[in-house]
Design a protein around this ligand. Structure first.
Ligand code: FPP
Length: 245
């Protein structure tokens, strides 16, 4: 009798995307302000980057700040921007040393000028790195991204440079902020919530979804490994029939 294939022998996901959720709840459980949860969240992000690198994942995309997060109190937004500045300042040398490219998606126009500049500098500095691409979604919302791509194509059509029949899924994809990145194989959300929350809607068409109860600040390398094992147990079919073996 043939042995069942060992799931660990299946490929690791090339691209993992993470919705880092639960910082606020973590803080509340520890009797701390929400900002303390975000600070611990940055440490969890460090562990995730490290773990992804060790597993041989080539792309890690994280939801850092959604276009809806502006509804939060100004003090929390300021704290997140402060953390972002600090993250870039303190991490960039380490990312660069580990051959990691930093890439940011989302609408930068509303980010503070100095943050936008720091991002652009960090992207330029790490542009040639190719061990891992760390994409951080900031002021990102998937519907806005898709609408912006549609608008760009509509402008091309209006200018007579593009025929409407030439608008294919591939052409639309090339107008998204993730152009050039593979679609995520695995989308992971922490904190027990089971939603996509306007994150990579187009790109998630065939992603495997894994939801974990752990709050993001408690997320460790072993959790990433566990999510990858779960992914490896899934059979990806892309609409094809179930295999009979
Ligand atoms: C969700 O927790 C997390 C966020 C809105 C921000 C994610 C930010 C970090 C991990 C730290 C900063 C890192 C960067 C790159 C800026 P929540 O506040 O929604 O938690 P809750 O649902 O428990 O309230």
């Amino acid at each position: 009798m043939a042995h069942a294939p060992d799931p660990a022998a299946r490929p690791v996901p090339r691209h993992i995307a993470i919705i880092m959720d639960g910082n606020g709840r973590w803080a509340r459980r520890h009797g701390l302000p929400r900002t303390a949860g975000h600070r611990r969240g940055v440490e969890a992000l460090r562990r995730a980057v490290q773990g992804a690198g060790e597993l041989g994942v080539r792309h890690l995309t994280v939801f850092g700040f959604s276009s809806e997060n502006w509804k939060r109190p100004a003090s929390e937004i300021e704290d997140l921007m402060w953390l972002l500045r600090r993250y870039i300042q303190s991490e960039i040398a380490e990312l660069h040393k580990n051959n990691i490219r930093l890439n940011v998606i989302g609408d930068r126009a509303r980010l503070p000028d100095d943050v936008a500049r720091m991002i652009a500098d960090a992207e330029t500095r790490t542009a040639e790195n190719d061990a891992l691409v760390l994409t951080v979604a900031l002021n990102y919302g998937s519907r806005n991204e898709i609408a912006a791509a549609a608008r760009r194509l509509a402008e091309e059509v209006a200018a007579g440079r593009l025929a409407p029949e030439a608008i294919t899924p591939e052409r639309l994809e090339s107008a998204l902020s993730t152009a050039g990145l593979p679609d995520p194989d695995l989308i992971l959300r922490t904190s027990g919530e089971q939603r996509i929350s306007n994150f990579l809607l187009w790109q998630a068409a065939y992603s495997e979804l894994v939801f974990m109860d752990k709050l993001w600040p408690d997320f460790g390398e072993s959790d990433l490994t566990e999510a990858v094992r779960e992914y490896q147990r899934r059979e990806r079919r892309y609409g094809a029939a179930i295999s009979s073996s």
